[in-house]
Design a binder for this molecule. Structure first.
Ligand SMILES: [Zn+2]
Length: 201
């Protein structure tokens, strides 16, 4: 790409590592920053630099954290008896934002996928077993995604929970609120049907 500046070319190239950003949008972003948003650009560069350098994973739950133990794990007000297991930090963020869940989390950073070399070790399950062994957790909410691999992971986790006398529960995946059955895709409908729960008054 010829734009008269080597540094500008490098910036455009670097922006393309963002999801959904192709050559055109990267160029638009770079021009926008240089033309109208120098301060924002400097702030972005500094925030990126610090985050990339200092954000690691919590040694207890594997969520993103710049301290050994993250603020969620360190919180004295959250319920230590309920542990919600998710695939990724973004799933954790979604649950935190959408629900009133006040328990603790464990982040797998993936899902069981032998073909991709993702086994129990890679998902930090020895750490999870250690956690269950502490005896505080009474319920494990398994919030892996309703994909084939997510379901296989959920079954594995449920077994693990039962071995430690912990009650496993699974997020219900089903018909959206306000939805109509005829418009729900068949995969969702068959899953909702297969995982129906007892009707409560
Ligand atoms: Zn943590």
């Amino acid at each position: 790409m010829t734009n008269g500046s080597r540094l500008l070319g490098e910036l455009i190239d670097a922006l393309r590592c963002l999801p959904g950003v192709g050559a055109k949008s990267a160029q638009r972003m770079a021009f926008h920053l240089l033309e109208r948003e120098r301060q924002g650009g400097i702030r972005l560069a500094s925030a990126l630099d610090s985050a990339m350098r200092d954000v690691g994973n919590c040694t207890r739950c594997r969520n993103f954290s710049e301290t050994d133990v993250c603020t969620l794990c360190a919180s004295a007000t959250r319920d230590r008896h309920v542990l919600c297991v998710v695939e990724s930090p973004s799933d954790l963020a979604a649950i935190e934002q959408a629900t009133g869940f006040r328990g603790h989390y464990f982040v797998l950073l993936g899902r069981l996928s032998p073909l991709d070399g993702l086994g129990p070790e890679e998902l930090g399950l020895p750490l999870l077993v250690e956690r269950l062994g502490e005896g505080e957790v009474e319920e494990m909410i398994i919030a892996t995604n309703p994909t084939v691999e997510g379901e296989a992971t959920a079954h594995y986790l449920a077994q693990l929970a039962r071995q430690h006398k912990v009650q496993p529960s699974r997020l219900a995946h089903g018909v959206p609120l306000g939805g109509e059955l005829e418009y729900v895709d068949s995969g969702t409908l068959s899953h909702a049907f297969g995982t129906r729960s007892e009707f409560r008054e």
